[in-house]
Structures are given as C-alpha cells and as structure tokens.
Design a protein around this ligand. Structure first.
Ligand code: PEP
Ligand code: MG
Length: 593
C-alpha cells in the first residue's frame, strides 16, 4: 500500500538519462505486459467509458470479419469458437465490471479490461469443468482483441494532467516511453532498466531525465507527491524541501548554459590533434529528432531505428508512403551526408503483436530483427519498396539488425532482388543498387566478420546487444548490470577483429552502440582503428571535443597494452593511468555520460 512520505527522502538509483526534472508523481502500473494503469482526472472518466464502448464495437466488427474469413477458408465447424467469443463481448460480467472499474478506480480502459479479465480468468480456472477452461481461452483471446482495439481508439493523453509530471513505474517498454515521452512528461523514475535499454535510449533522445534501479519506488510514491528526478547523480528526491528545489533549479540553469557552450563547437572540424578525421554521425529513433541531429553538427545519420515508425503506427503497419516520406525527410535533411536506415528490428522487447505469430518465452533470443524480416517477408515488403525508391540519387545505406549467419545476408539480397523486380515491372523509379550493411551485434557475426565483410558494403558495431549476448546479461536487468562491461577483453577482442576484417576487405566500419557515446572510451575506440562513430545527437559535442584533445598516433601502444589484459578492471586501470584523468575508473559507477 502507498505511504505518503512527508519529509524529504532521497532514493538512490542509476542515472541513465541526464538532466533534472521537478514535478509531481504519476504512478503507473506496468506489470500487466503491455498494459499500464493510468490514473484519470474525474472529468475524463465518462470519456474513457465511451472510449471502451467504441473499442468494443470495433472488436465486434473485427471478430465478425475473422468469422467470415474462417467460414470461407475452414468451413463451418470452427466458426462456433467465434460465436462464443462474440458472446463474451456482450457479457456484462466482463464489460459491466470493466466499466465499473473505470468509474470506481478512475483508471484507463486498458487497465480496467486487463484487471477484470484477470479476475474472471481466475474464476474460470477454479471451475473443474473443461467447458469453463475453454471459456478461459476464449476470454484470453477476447481480452487481447479488446486491448488491440483500444490502441486504435484515441489514446489517453497525459496533457489532461496539469503541471510537470514525473512518471513512476516498475518498468516502461520502449513504445510506452515514446508515447509518454512525447507528452509533457518531465521525468521518469523506474524500478528496472539499464543504461542501454531502449527505454533509456528513448529517454535520452527525448531529453527526459531518467533514473532506473529504484527498488520499491512504486510503493513509496503516491500520485501527486512532489518529486525531483536527478538523472545525473541517479537520485530521486521525494517531498523536496525549498532548499532542495532551489539547488536543483540552479543546477538546471548551469546545465543549460553548459549545453549552449558545447553547441558552439558544432562547426569545428571533427579531427584529432594530429589531424586524423573522424566522422561523427547521429543515431535517431524518431523522425523529429533529425532537426536536433543537424543542430548538433552530425555529419550523417549512422543509425535510424526504423522500427519506431512501426511502433508509432501500431496497431496498423506503416504504409509504403509512410516509410518513403520519413526516409526522404531524413535523406534531404543531411544531404550529401549518408543516412543509414536499419530495417525493422522488431521482436525482443520491441513488441510486434501484429507481425508475431507466436508468443515467445524468451523473445530476446527469439524471432527478432532480420529473423522476423525473413520469416514474414510480406510484412516487410513495403519497407523494402520504400528503401529502394528513397535511395534514388541519395546517399542511403540499408542496414540489417541481428544478423548471426551469412545466409541471412544472402537471403535478404534475394528478397531485395524480388522487390526490385516488382518495382521495375510496375515502372516505378528505384535505385539499381543498395548499399548494404550489417549490424555486428551478435557474437557469431563478430567472429565471422572476415566472411561477412566479403558480402556487404559496411559494418556497424552494435555494442548494446553485442555486450548483452556476449556476456549473457539482459541489457534491461539491473540485477546483473554489474556484468555489463564494455571494456571486457572479450568485447575488445571482437571489436578489434571486426575493425581489422573490415579494413582488410576495404569496407567501412562504424560503431553505433552506446559505447561510442561515452567519452571515457573514445581514446580506445580510435586506438582500435574506428574512424566513424554514431551517437545520440546530444552526445556529439562532448565526443567531438574529446577527439580534438587526442593524438591518434600516440594511441597505438596503450591500445595494444589494453588488448593484452585479462579483465575489464585491468583495462580500466590501464586506460586511467594513460589518460591520467580518473575517467575510466568510473565504469559501472552509474553514469552514462
Ligand atoms: C546495439 O545493439 O548496439 C544497437 C545500436 O541497436 P539497438 O540498441 O537498437 O538494439
Ligand atoms: Mg541492437
């Protein structure tokens, strides 16, 4: 049960998106899978009941259409299932209770559906008879249908809440972070998550301070509690005193001034002290970030995570025109610099209900990225058509996520060839040749980099997943976060091998994982031979100023010494003594940058 803490209380966590947020708490419940609990203002309650009604009507229509299709394709026998499900959509036990819950508890319709269905399912399970157990299956199907349908009926908007809102939750999926982050959210305080989780990446993109690893925060905080989120030091202050508020406001002003100063470096060339040029590109997840990438002086987009286009258009799929419009916007904004568009990296925690045909026990090791693309080519056709069309006369690279075998690259080329032939037959202008690259983010791909280099035009090192899969550490799990060490010798050896393989084959290699955005590692990455880095826009000025301080010719010996060491701690110590700054020892201490 919630307990109101009246005196200032400091909770320690891990700051994974910098900045200071001052606001009042809105606690949302996220433990029901994709469903979250959201408190409603009194005035919004009847609208929410109406929204439920609309969703039920849409679900009925969808069920009818499915029933008709099943009748055509499978005959009359199986159609009874849909009849039973349609009856559930009339059932007062489900809908009446759901409505009552929205009114009594003042919560969003998704949560009310989820909780009511959970209660009913428990009751069905207790009944012995098989017929009731089957009803449990129907209930699960209807609940899913209803939740999907609710997604299509205008989302609940945070704007109804007044003032600066700090979201307090157990966890947030990347799509929730996008949805909530786009509203007027000031900060996030979460129980789970690590610095390279997609939720953290989104928070940084949207400049929303985020502190993770706050054990028990959802029990300690009550809606409306005043809070401060300190994304730099990894702290949340509950019920701050006036002196705390003053101090944090001053810090916010200092931070804004520092950012403005860093921005002034945007036109300085990105070269080391000994004039070695390094290309600094931007990672972007949402199309609107492109303006910021240009403002911060990115010389190209090294990673566009196109799957967020899907997440935004969910429950529908983006159309070919949606893709094309977005890709052209990015390409035009940075022309003549390159834009690397990564094909959908759906699956894993980036849920893709509309394209996944099965539920997976372990989705991070499942049908994710290129595996899903090749498994459901019809779903990805519109993306491929748009890529081939957008590439005309533009500097476009297409990058495949989660590649673990050579065959995947070859199969993708075949698929692209079929799509190209289709466009040609339709007389639609398209590029005759795709510049094709792969993410190196699965250890098996890193270790066959020499073979892969013969098949593609470029590599990009995705250290977020490469570390996750090499160390067997879920990048979202704060309990094993201490093992998530970019400087682990296994990771450094793989980076060295990948860079060497690319150089020998004469193809480009960059790094777009978060390791590239951390100034503590810049010297080592340049020493390892990297000359292209892709980082979130806001990290560009700091990485650039670090590059401008370094002399690449001097980095060889320290890099070789690091590569001979047996543990991450030893590498940190070696780098530390070389740089003489104490920066490297901060690894794992809880700050991203
Ligand atoms: C990575 O894995 O390093 C990467 C850049 O891809 P994502 O973070 O989207 O998984
Ligand atoms: Mg990845």
């Amino acid at each position: 049960m919630s307990r109101r803490a009246a005196a200032p209380t400091v909770l320690e966590g891990r700051g994974v998106s910098p900045g200071v947020a001052i606001g009042r708490a809105v606690c949302i419940e996220t433990r029901g899978g994709e469903v979250y609990r959201f408190p409603l203002a009194e005035a919004a309650v009847e609208g929410e009941v109406a929204r439920l009604g609309e969703a039920v009507e849409r679900a009925r229509q969808e069920l009818k259409a499915t029933e008709a299709r099943a009748r055509r394709e499978l005959g009359d026998q199986l159609v009874a299932i849909f009849g039973a499900q349609a009856l559930l959509l009339e059932d007062r036990a489900l809908l009446g209770r759901t409505e009552a819950r929205i009114r009594d508890e003042r919560v969003n319709a998704e949560w009310a559906v989820h909780k009511t269905a959970e209660e009913l399912a428990e009751r069905f399970e207790q009944l012995e008879h098989a017929r009731f157990r089957e009803r449990g299956d129907d209930l699960r199907d209807v609940t899913r249908l209803l939740l999907r349908s609710l997604q299509g009926v205008a989302h609940h908007e945070l704007e109804e809440l007044e003032g600066d809102v700090v979201i307090v939750a157990h966890d947030l999926t990347p799509s929730e972070a996008v949805r909530l982050g786009r509203q007027r959210v000031a900060g996030f305080a979460l129980e789970t998550g690590g610095p390279t989780s997609h939720t953290a990446i989104i928070a940084r993109d949207l400049c929303i301070p985020l502190v993770t690893g706050l054990a028990g925060v959802t029990r300690l905080v009550t809606d409306d509690d005043p809070v401060i989120v300190d994304g730099e030091r990894g702290r949340v202050v509950l019920h701050p005193a006036a002196a705390d508020l003053d101090r944090y406001r001053r810090r916010r002003r200092r931070r804004a001034a520092r950012e403005a100063r860093l921005l002034e470096t945007r036109s300085e060339p990105c070269v080391s002290r000994d004039r070695v040029a390094v290309q600094l590109m931007a990672n972007i997840d949402l199309p609107e970030e492109i303006d910021e990438a240009v403002r911060y002086g990115a010389t190209g987009i090294g990673l566009y995570r196109s799957e967020f286009l899907y997440i935004e258009s969910s429950p529908g799929l983006p159309t070919e025109e949606d893709h094309l419009r977005t890709y052209r916007r990015l390409l035009d904004a940075v022309h003549p610099h390159p834009v690397v568009i990564r094909t959908f990296d759906l699956g894993g925690r980036k849920l893709a209900r509309e394209v996944m045909e099965t539920e997976e026990d372990n989705p991070v090791l499942g049908l994710r990225g290129i595996r899903l693309t090749l498994g459901r080519p019809e779903v990805f056709e519109s993306q491929l058509r748009a890529l081939l069309r957008a590439g005309v006369g533009r500097n476009l690279g297409v990058m495949l996520p989660m590649v673990s075998t050579l065959e995947e690259v070859r199969q993708f080329r075949e698929l692209a060839g079929r799509v190209r032939a289709q466009l040609a037959a339709e007389g639609i202008e398209h590029t005759p040749r795709l510049r094709l690259g792969v993410m190196i983010e699965v250890p098996s791909a890193a270790l066959i980099a020499d073979h892969l280099a013969a098949e593609v035009d470029f590599f990009s090192l995705g250290t977020n997943d490469l570390i996750q899969y090499s160390m067997a550490v879920d990048r979202n799990n704060e309990h094993v976060g201490y093992l998530y060490r970019p400087l682990h010798p296994a990771i450094l050896r793989m980076i060295r091998f990948v860079v060497d393989s690319a150089q020998q084959a004469g193809i480009e290699v960059s790094m777009c994982g978060e390791m590239a955005a951390d100034p503590r590692y810049t010297a080592l990455l340049l020493g390892l031979g990297l000359r292209q880095l892709s980082v979130s826009s806001r990290a560009i000025p700091e990485i650039k100023s670090r590059i401008r301080e370094l002399s690449v010719a001097e980095l060889g010996p320290v890099t070789e010494r690091c590569l001979k060491l047996a543990s991450a701690a030893d590498v940190e110590a070696e780098l530390d003594s070389y740089l003489g700054t104490g920066v490297a020892t901060a690894e794992g201490a809880g700050t991203v940058r």
